[in-house]
Design a protein. Structure first.
Length: 267
């Protein structure tokens, strides 16, 4: 494909941009209010098409960007379809995508067809809200740094707390109840916030693949850059006995998927 494409994922707080030209991908992040500048620069640099997706795409008035003598199409694409097409962007024919954004969506893709399996209100928004309320912090990286020094068993009730002599049917460090203990150390609460977000999501993954086994499981979304989140996914993926793939640039999965959607439609 020789076209030059700008794919823009307009999220609740951030804008993720993937630029495709000369068979290479380029990744950029912007604040939510930079959309005008992003589109205007794409027009000026003579891209062939501008793709808009994400929760904020529907609020963008495409007509405002119709510049005289510059016939660059601006196309809105369904966010869920773009997320599902991450599977195709990773050169697979079938798979499950877990998109952890403000909330979390679960998309199944199979040879060009997709469906929304389920979703949950738990996600990055939950992480942000709990961090502000419990720690007074509104910076993801700062909470992650605290969590790296924390002990999740100081705030979570785990199997070994309720079953003596290893008599439980699960491994001893698996969470029974999030925040069921009274620990108030900031580092422990920080890792507890990570666990209360990611553990239910992983349980939902297990429920889905229990009835439809899948080889290709992809996690995408900004929280996937978080080392503590990655460690927890590793732990529970081993416990639930499934393999998964972490995207090279997980924040930009939806924008990459949008390019795949557009490419499939124009071939």
């Amino acid at each position: 494909m020789n076209k030059k494409i700008v794919s823009i994922d307009i999220g609740t707080t951030e804008i993720k941009v993937v630029k495709y030209k000369h068979n290479n991908y380029y990744y950029e992040k912007y604040e939510r209010n930079d959309i005008d500048n992003i589109i205007e620069r794409a027009v000026e640099k003579d891209y062939d098409v501008i793709l808009l997706t994400g929760s904020g795409a529907s609020s963008i008035s495409i007509e405002n960007y119709k510049i005289e003598d510059v016939p660059i199409p601006i196309i809105r694409l369904n966010e869920l379809e773009c997320v599902a097409n991450i599977v195709a962007a990773e050169s697979a024919e079938e798979g499950l995508v877990i998109n952890i954004g403000t909330g979390t969506s679960f998309l199944h893709y199979n040879q060009g067809e997709f469906r929304h399996v389920t979703g949950t209100g738990i996600g990055g928004g939950t992480f942000d809200g709990l961090s502000k309320r419990l720690l007074g912090i509104d910076n993801f990286e700062e909470v992650e740094k605290l969590a790296l020094e924390g002990d999740v068993e100081k705030v979570n009730l785990v199997i070994k707390d309720i079953y003596a002599n290893n008599l439980g049917w699960l491994q001893e460090d698996i969470t029974v109840s999030n925040f069921a203990k009274s620990g108030t150390n900031r580092e422990d609460m920080a890792i507890g916030i990570h666990s209360i977000v990611i553990e239910p999501i992983l349980s939902m993954v297990k429920g889905i693949i229990q009835f439809k086994p899948m080889t290709n499981i992809y996690f995408t979304g900004g929280v996937m850059n978080n080392v503590v989140i990655q460690q927890m996914i590793d732990k529970y993926a081993k416990f639930f006995q499934f393999e998964y793939k972490l995207l090279e640039n997980p924040s930009f999965g939806t924008a990459r998927g949008a390019i795949m959607v557009y490419t499939r439609r124009t071939i």
